[in-house]
Design a protein around this ligand. Sequence first.
Ligand code: BDP
Length: 689
Amino acid sequence: EDGYDLWLRYRPVEAAKISDYKTRSSVIVTAKSPTLDAAASELQRGLGGMLGATPPNSSTIADGAIVLVTPADNRGFAIPADLDREGFVIKSTTLDGHPVTVIAGGSDVGVLYGAFRYLKLIQTGQTTAGLDIQDAPKLDLRVLDHWDNLDGHVERGYAGTSLWDWWRLPDLVDTRYTDYARANASIGINGAVLNNVNAKADSLTEPYLKKAAAIAETLRPYGMKIYLSARFSAPMELGGLKTADPEDPAVAAWWQMKANEIYSIIPDFGGFLVKANSEGQPGPGDYKRTHAQGANMLAKALKPHGGIVMWRAFVYSEHDATDRAKQAYLEFQPSDGQFADNVLVQIKNGAIDFQPREPFHPLFGAMPKTQQMMEFQITKEYLGFATHLAYLAPMWEEALQADTFAKGKGSTVANVIDGTLDGHKLTGMAGVANIGDDRNWTGSDFDQANWYAFGRFAWNPESKSADIATDWARMTWSNDPKVVATIVPMMMGSREAVVHYMTPLGLAHLMDTGHHYGPGPWVSELGRPEWNPAYYHKADANGIGFDRTKTGSNALAQYHPAAAKPWLDPKKTDERFLLWFHHVPWDFKMKSGRPLWDELVVTYSQGVDEVSAMRKTWAGLEGQIDAARFDAVTANLTIQEREAQWWRDACLTYFQSISKRPLPAGLTLPGTTVEDYRKRVFPYAPGRG
Ligand code: BDP
């Protein structure tokens, strides 16, 4: 196996279970539509693979049939009136006197989602008897953001080059797009932004729209819409206008014309994603206009066609770099209530940038009159690329379950983005994709889990990362309980291990600059302060950490007082966030009784031990996992173990040169100098922007 099949491997189930499943999976009764066809053929593929014989497609109901039902063709089955358009019911029942399994959807795509859920029951070894399942997504937009450039390079991509063959599209439509769509539909992802947020205006020209339309055509039966990142200055670059000022009528007219053209080529186009006035991208700020003015101008152009705008809150300016963590809030919060009803403000989970651990972004819950959507990064820019094993779901669960206290206790980020806290209609979650043209899609087998988990959280932000890991491990590796019981805990601890050996105790952004791979805590010479790791850790003779209390940047004041309270006093702060919020002395007493410096050394060392343990655990699975995938994971874990050690040694050597303290008893460093570590550079690291 080479990982191409992802979690849709459909390998034969145990002989003992086959006949039981077969009595309920004999014929598929279907109606005609591309989406229902996709559902039927997935059931045939899956059941054929798992049960040994492909059930026929039929239009007559018989014993054991799986009957696909929609409001347009309900076959006498009472579809619940409240069933969401994308929701489904799976029910063991009797139709025309025959015992059957009904998969009913609120629409065709609901049936498709139901078919995948039915298959998952068998994939994970559960019963298909006496079923009565009803489910529907909690969020409207469940979108992958591809940071793919038109030349095929993927920004922060560690899985090869772009899936989108812009060069040969629309004539050549890679059959792989169908498998991409199947994988997404299996977890309910219903949208893809095809191009990088650092966008080229060319994406909006007719030839590229026709290429995008060919992709849209392939994804459509699977319930997916396509979106494009829009370059704000496109009216100048493509339309020859002298300005892109959102308040200029000629600019608005150009966008209206462009939107009309897009919809004439892609009738169900989803809308725009925009990165504006951030890291050199043009935006409304260039004309002293607000983000809301910019977003609303685009939203107005899309509105007649049913399109939406996802406007990113990832901004930080070179002019005020006292605390980068504060800037998005300062720029966006005052515009609460000003965004149009087809705009969502897309916010990263933390206020800096996809670090191994960040507290939740203070904008969540702070703009009750604005539709806010979550942006997670699936590609592991700051967590060891596709090489290091880090299952990100626990990190996302931590962010989603964080309490904003916006409307009292229990105002979780999940409830902000699912619209329930403030009664918003339009909701969503975006994930920066980790997908490329590597045979295994994501550059490593375990990174498939992050794509999978993203889909599950987008479907239901209340999901539990351990449940997701269990399902994924069963579908991807093996249903053997021993294998599952080995892999799941390994996954569950993996992100915390990365935190420990890269950025423990609330540290952040210590990665080497540019590519963000490997340690670079010593970097302090770059042009803009917030490009330097030293800006983030602020280590000096007195101590370490970023003071975000009143005596420092006071970023804490951006949180609701009840949310900020547990972080105000360093003695009471959850130590996982200690150095994020506080600059504390090297001898600050930790809960363990150790001084901070010792704790730092111990935690870094613990991270290395955790990776060694993962490598050994995996080695114990030899023979129980197919050889090619086993070896690939083994190789990655070997690299990760070596690099965890490098992270520990380099960071501690550097911090020791500042703290001037001895290591706690029993722990050592190799004696390499900071200068030597500094010389280890990677000019050709993948994925750089
Ligand atoms: C940072 C990446 C950069 C992206 C930027 C963004 O380093 O490549 O363009 O985020 O989100 O994490 O726009």
